[in-house]
Design a protein around this ligand. Structure first.
Ligand code: ADP
Ligand code: MG
Length: 377
């Protein structure tokens, strides 16, 4: 139809009155058909010119948002037609910043229940007429959709409860093992010396204390498992946390003939991170690295600023993994170990997502593995 009309316009001088009437009649029919289509859809549609003067609004709009009740809205300012100032403000903002095609949700009390609508503003260039853009405001009822999503989230949470329960058992093992080792060290120190210095005793006891509080927070975290992960991001120097983790694991690493190398850039910006969660993530990675280096080896922990993110690399010279294993390691319960739970890396992955970061792995069977953690600055 469009092409036909364009051809007719270019030959308008040669057309007689009847032919023009025919064409206009056809066009009116088309417009009517489009209006029928717009009336039949469930969404609300408002067409405006570049000054936000309404050219057309379908009747469904009134079911979705508060509107003036009129037979026609043509020629009225949008602000006189739409009665919700939040939506008007949002549309103004979209048009002003040319931030289009994104939707925003608004809720209204409707009798007993709450109705939620999504509002999106689209722009289109009007070729036929002079002037700037015209706008289409789409209004969709998303109440049902949102309710479905909430239901889905709830059942997912329930499923992740079992994962979490197994995860707790797994997470508890790390601190318990560390406590066991430090109790042993304490016992040996007692045996060696007649009397233990206060400094020595305090060193071991503070590790035990720290681990007890870690155990405590793991259990507390589990109790909060039905809610989203309780992440407390605080601005701080990541290097301090890395140092603390290194000092904590070094004795155990040395006992397993693993040499620890620290390589921290001095120019790291302060980051927003949850210290407790990041420690947990690093300990999981270090434990895996240690497992991969049964006969000893080198573990390097490196921190660098790269563009607008901080990268923390944990590299080992252990057994490595082939491609197939690498693809599965972040899945819950995937393990190649006889006594593994396959939850360590799942937890690390979740922790990185909580930091709006990421984790990648590079590995070669027989040579070693590097995990890289990305933190946004
Ligand atoms: P688990 O340690 O209980 O097996 P993880 O989720 O921590 O569970 O790790 C999953 C699997 O990923 C391990 O079983 C192992 O096959 C592999 N893996 C993880 N880290 C390393 C590493 N540093 N070197 C080699 N393989 C690794
Ligand atoms: Mg593990």
């Amino acid at each position: 139809m469009k092409k036909f009309v364009q051809r007719a316009i270019s030959k308008i001088d040669q057309l007689d009155r009847n032919q023009i009437v025919d064409i206009l009649g056809g066009l009116a029919g088309d417009v009517q058909m489009l209006e029928n289509v717009l009336e039949s859809i469930r969404d609300g549609v408002i067409l405006t010119d570049e000054k936000l003067t309404v050219q057309y609004a379908n009747t469904n709009c009134r079911k979705l948002v508060p509107m003036t009740i009129l037979h026609t809205y043509e020629g009225l300012a949008l602000s006189k037609v739409l009665l919700d100032e939040h939506i008007l403000h949002y549309i103004d903002l979209c048009v002003h910043n040319q931030q289009l095609d994104e939707d925003n949700e608004f809720s209204f009390q409707k009798g007993e229940s709450v109705q939620t609508v999504a509002v999106t503003v689209f722009a289109y260039k009007n070729k036929a007429r002079e002037g700037g853009s015209s706008y289409v405001v789409m209004i969709s009822d998303v109440t049902e959709h949102n309710a479905n999503e909430a239901r889905l989230r709830r059942s997912e949470n329930l499923a992740s409860m079992t994962t979490m329960a197994a995860g707790v058992a797994h997470e508890i093992k790390n601190p318990l093992a560390a406590m066991g080792i430090h109790v042993q060290l304490l016992r040996k120190a007692f045996a060696r010396k007649e009397s233990l210095t206060i400094e020595d005793a305090e060193r071991y006891l503070s590790v035990l204390e720290e681990e007890i509080s870690r155990l405590n927070s793991i259990v507390v975290d589990f109790l909060f498992a039905v809610r989203p992960m309780d992440t407390r991001l605080r601005l701080g120097p990541l290097v301090r946390t890395l140092e603390e983790v290194c000092s904590f694991v070094e004795p155990e690493l040395n006992e397993h003939r693993v040499q620890l190398r620290r390589d921290f850039s001095t120019a790291l910006p302060r980051l927003e991170y949850d210290e407790h969660l990041v420690k947990q993530a690093l300990l999981n990675l270090i434990k895996n690295a240690m497992n991969a280096m049964e006969g000893g080896g080198k573990l390097t922990i490196q921190a660098r600023l790269d563009g607008n993110q901080v990268q923390v690399k944990v590299s080992d010279t252990g057994i490595g993994m082939d491609e197939q294993v690498q693809q599965k390691i972040f899945e819950p319960y995937f393990t190649t170990k006889a006594t593994g739970t396959g939850l360590g890396l799942t937890v690390v992955y979740k922790i990185m997502k909580e930091h709006r970061g990421d984790i990648t792995v590079q590995s070669k069977a027989g040579e070693g593995t590097t995990f890289t953690l990305y933190f946004p600055v």
